[in-house]
Every structure is written in C-alpha cells, then in structure tokens.
Design a protein around this ligand. Structure first.
Ligand code: PMP
Length: 371
C-alpha cells in the first residue's frame, strides 16, 4: 500500500489512446491459416536497404527463412508429400522416405507430423549432430550412413529408395529428380508470389537470380516468371565453387573446380528439376566463398539480417546482377534460411581460419565471429 501511495505523487499515466480514429482492417496474410501446411509460403519480399542504396538499384530478397520450418525447402517438402498423395503412393498413416542432409528433411519431418505420416531420413554420416538431433526431435527416424558417391549402391539416396520399396504404403520422394513434386511447388507458389509482389511497382521486375541444389527453386521460379511476363523478366543462376552449372550455362562445358563452404547448393549434373527450364536461363554468375562470407557479416552488420551461406551467395549475385543491368533495375533473389543451423561454423573464428576465410573479413566485421 505504501508503494502505491508514494507512486500516486507522480503524474497519472494517462496517454492519449493510439487507437482513436484508427479502424483496423486485417491484412489478407494475417487471417488464420490452416495449420503448419497453411503457413508455408506467402513470404514477404525484403528490400535489402544497404545494397539498394549503394547501387541505386532495388535488391530484394524473398524471405523464405520465414516459412514455418525455417527454410525455402518447406515448399518443396509440401510439394513432394502432395505428389505422393495425389499419385496414390501413400494413404493415411503412410511413410515418407527421403535421402537428404538438410532442410528438405526438416521440412518433410514437419509436414509429416502435421499430416500424420511417418518420416524416414537417410543422410551421410558426415553431417552435424545438431541436424540428426533436430530431425529426431521432429519425430523422424534417422539413418546416418557412410558418405559414399552416388554411383555406390550404399549411397544415402539409394538406401532411402530401397527402404521405401521394403515397406507397404511408403514413398521415396526423390527431391532431385521429382519435378512433379519439387519444381511444381515453385511454379505454383514461389514464382507467382514474386510476380504479384513486383508487377505493380514502377518498372516491374527486371531479373531473378538464385543458386541451385536440387534445382527446384530456380527452375520453378524461372518457368513461372518467364510465362507470366511473356519472357521479359531475366532469370539467372548463381553458382558456388565446385558446381558445374555456371560453366555449363555460360560456355557449354561442365567444369568442376574446388570446393565451397556453402551447404545445400552446388550441383554436379543437370537434375530433372532443371532439365526442362535450364535453356530459359539468361546467364550464370560464379560467386567465390570469400564474397559469400563477407556478405553474411555485412547483412548482419548493416541490415540486421542473420542468414546462411546460400542466402549470402544469392545476395552477392543479386547485387552484381543489378549493377550489370543498370541503375534503377530491380532484382529479386531467395533468402533461403537463417544462420542458426550453421552458426557453429560460420561464426567461429577458428573454423573460418581453417578455411582461410577469416582474413577475408574486413576488420570492422571480425568482431561478429564470437564462437
Ligand atoms: N539453400 C539451402 C540452405 C538449401 O538447403 C537448399 C536446398 N538444397 C537450397 C538453397 C537450394 O534449393 P533447391 O534445392 O530448390 O535448388
């Protein structure tokens, strides 16, 4: 009581209502959605202010890290499960089986819990314990198996296929070559969303660019944007070291050189997701790891964005492409996921030093490498 009395000597807290005269209209995206599955997609397009201001262009990122499972692969996971349902491969209570080292498995595990399916994941045993733990926490049955080449029958993809063949009511969803599940998800959602989010802006969308793992995102978005714009919007690939696609698109030869710190992207072949649409691409950019790592730290420092390496590579490429296409151009890329799943590497001074990348960071950014 004493406390109350003494505080009553100060002026009463009686601010003007911030709500008077305001009528609230729910934004279409703020209406309730149908569970986890309903929350996939319809992500915002974020203007990367530091780079847009620096270049006099508009560099925009599709915020796929805001999907409910945390990455762009939620869309593919949902598309792959729908494919298994629609083709009659699984019925209620069935099992989804996949070989995946990362975000696709996480997306599948979420979608399977939401839809009442079992989820079985095969992955190379070189993957971090965090990823195995996360998949198990999401209810998946996880098999880490020796990391052997695709040609070897014990490769994780073949083991996943055989596991599904041994079970009744089970489907191996094959994200790399299943364009009816993976690429289709981006034709139907990611691509049209990007078009709708930019077509009304003055000058519309100049170009789209992103990196490729399975090729689902790039091929699906490219197909949709080319169709919807009558071919006017340029579509480009961004490629890390060690991938063969940049040299294939630009020079018609598959050259593989070096490795990369990026996870989830880079490809050694033209997957079935890419096969039909690779000819629609206008070009490709090769992005070295040093540029990618600098961009991870720059986006944190200047834009408050905490992104993984594939996202940073995409943003480097989007900025380069915007400059190439000229002042006032508008370029969209994909912000694939956050740095949370990789932070023990990307923000470790020791790890960066072991990759000869720490010294590539400008001094004012080195303070962020705190692990
Ligand atoms: N970034 C990350 C972090 C990923 O996990 C993936 C999926 N492999 C991609 C980018 C590439 O997407 P896509 O498989 O659609 O080519």
């Amino acid at each position: 009581a004493n406390v109350l009395r003494s505080s009553s000597t100060t002026a009463p807290y009686n601010p003007p209502s911030p709500y008077s005269g305001v009528s609230f209209q729910p934004h279409p995206h703020s209406l309730p959605v149908d569970g986890f599955v309903g929350a996939v997609g319809n992500t915002p397009l974020i203007r990367i202010n530091s780079l847009s201001d620096e270049t006099g262009c508009e560099v925009l990122g599709k915020a796929e890290f805001m999907n409910p499972g945390g990455s762009v692969k939620d869309r593919a996971a949902l598309g792959l499960v729908k494919w298994a349902e629609n083709t009659g491969r699984i019925k209620p209570g069935g099992t989804i089986v996949e070989g995946t080292a990362g975000n696709t498995g996480i997306g599948l595990a979420h979608v399977c819990r939401a839809k009442g399916y079992k989820c079985v994941i095969y992955m190379p045993n070189t993957q971090s314990q965090e990823k195995i733990d996360l998949l198990r926490m999401l209810g998946a049955e996880v098999y880490p198996v020796p990391a052997v080449a695709f040609e070897n029958p014990e490769n994780y993809n073949h083991q996943a296929r055989r596991h599904a063949e041994r079970l009744d009511n089970a489907a191996w969803v094959n994200q790399f070559d299943n364009f009816e599940g993976n690429r289709a998800a981006h034709i139907h959602t990611t691509g049209p969303e990007i078009y709708a989010q930019t077509e009304h802006l003055p000058g519309g969308l100049t170009a789209f660019i992103c990196a490729t793992g399975t090729g689902g995102t790039l091929a699906g978005v490219t197909r949709a944007l080319k169709d919807l714009s009558g071919g006017k919007i340029q579509c480009w690939l961004a490629d890390p070291p060690g991938s063969v696609l940049e040299s294939f698109i630009n020079r018609g030869v598959m050259e593989r050189g070096g490795g990369s710190i990026t996870e989830g992207i880079g490809q050694g072949r033209v997957t079935d997701n890419l096969a039909q649409d690779i000819k629609l691409l206008d070009g490709a950019l090769h992005i070295p790891d040093a540029d990618t790592i600098r961009m991870i730290y720059h986006l944190l420092d200047k834009d408050g964005l905490y992104v993984g390496a594939s996202t940073a590579l995409n943003v480097v490429a989007a900025k380069q492409l915007a400059v190439k296409l000229g002042k006032g151009s508008r370029v969209v890329t994909i912000l694939c996921d956050g740095a949370y799943r990789y932070q023990s590497r990307l923000f470790s001074k020791k790890w960066l030093e072991s990759k000869n990348l720490y010294q590539e960071l400008p001094e004012h950014l080195q303070k962020y490498a705190v692990l």
